[in-house]
Design a binder for this molecule. Structure first.
Ligand code: 0O2
Length: 221
C-alpha cells in the first residue's frame, strides 16, 4: 500500500469505530432513561451499575485473525459483534429479564441474538444474559445499523465472571483440573446466593403488600 492508501484506510477504520462509539452513547442513554423512569414510577432501581467499552483495535484484529477472516471493514462488521459492549449489573436475577424485556420492546432496537447463560450456564459455571442488538445511527451523510453486545448479570454473576477472567488470563488459560472444579463450585455458590437474595426480596415484597392491604382495610373501618 502507498502512504496515501494507508492514510485513507486508517481514516476509514477510525470512522467505522466512531459509529460504535455513537451506538454506545445511544444505548447508554436508553439505559439511563429506564433507570430514572423505573425509579420514579416504581420507587426502585433494578440496575446497580452500567459499564461500557469499545473493543481495542488490536483485540479486533486478533479476533479476526483467530476466526480466519480477512481484515475488510465489511467482514469485521459482520464477524465481530461485540465491538461495542455494555455490561449491565442488576440487583436480582428477575431484574435481568425485566431490563432485557424493556430494552427488547423498544422499536428502534432489533434483537439479533439472545444467549441465555443463566437458564443454560456454560460448563465452567459462567452465567449472564447476552443480547446482540442492532440500532440505527444517523450521521451527516448516512444511516448505519450498528451491533451492540449487552451482557446483563447480577452482582454475584459479575463478581464470579470478573475474578474467573483474571485467573484465566493471569495463568495463561492453562488451569489445572482442581482449579476448574473450584471455580465451578464458586459459580454454584454465587448462584445459590442469587437464589437466596431473590427469595428474601420476594418475601419482603409480599410482607409490604400485605401491610399495605391491611392499612387500607383499617382506614375503611
Ligand atoms: P471481553 O474482553 O470480555 O470482550 P465471540 O467470541 O464473542 O465471537 P462467543 O464466545 O459465542 O462468541 O460469545 P459469548 O459466549 O457471547 O461470550 C462473549 C463474551 O462473554 C466474552 O467476551 C466475555 O466477556 C463473556 N464470557 C463468555 N464466557 C465467559 C466465561 O466463561 N468467563 C468469563 N469471565 N466471561 C465470559 P470476550 O471477547 O471473551 O472478552
Amino acid at each position: 500500500f502507498s502512504q496515501d492508501e494507508i492514510k485513507e484506510k486508517k481514516t476509514e477504520f477510525l470512522r467505522f469505530l466512531l459509529s460504535y462509539k455513537f451506538a454506545l452513547e445511544e444505548v447508554n442513554t436508553k439505559i439511563n432513561i429506564l433507570m430514572e423512569e423505573f425509579q420514579y414510577i416504581h420507587d426502585y432501581n433494578p440496575i446497580e451499575h452500567v459499564k461500557s467499552r469499545l473493543k481495542k483495535p488490536e483485540s479486533i484484529l486478533k479476533k479476526m485473525k483467530r476466526k480466519g477472516c480477512s481484515m475488510s471493514i465489511e467482514e469485521i462488521r459482520e464477524n465481530i459483534r461485540d465491538i461495542a459492549g455494555i455490561r449491565i449489573t442488576c440487583s436480582y436475577t428477575s431484574d435481568i429479564y425485566k431490563v432485557s424485556e424493556m430494552l427488547q420492546k423498544q422499536k428502534d432496537i432489533t434483537v439479533i441474538e439472545v444467549k441465555d447463560y443463566i437458564r443454560h450456564p456454560k460448563p465452567n459455571g459462567y452465567r449472564s444474559l447476552h443480547l446482540i442488538i442492532q440500532i440505527p445511527i444517523f450521521m451527516s451523510d448516512r444511516e448505519e445499523h450498528v451491533y451492540v453486545e449487552l451482557q446483563i448479570r447480577t452482582i454475584a454473576m459479575d463478581f464470579w465472571a470478573s475474578l474467573e477472567h483474571k485467573i484465566f488470563y493471569k495463568y495463561n488459560q492453562d488451569i489445572p483440573e482442581h482449579i476448574k472444579i473450584g471455580l465451578k463450585e464458586a459459580a454454584d455458590t454465587a448462584n445459590h446466593l442469587d437464589e437466596k437474595m431473590e427469595k428474601l426480596q420476594q418475601e419482603m415484597h409480599e410482607i409490604k403488600e400485605k401491610n399495605a392491604v391491611d392499612e387500607d382495610f383499617e382506614k375503611l373501618l
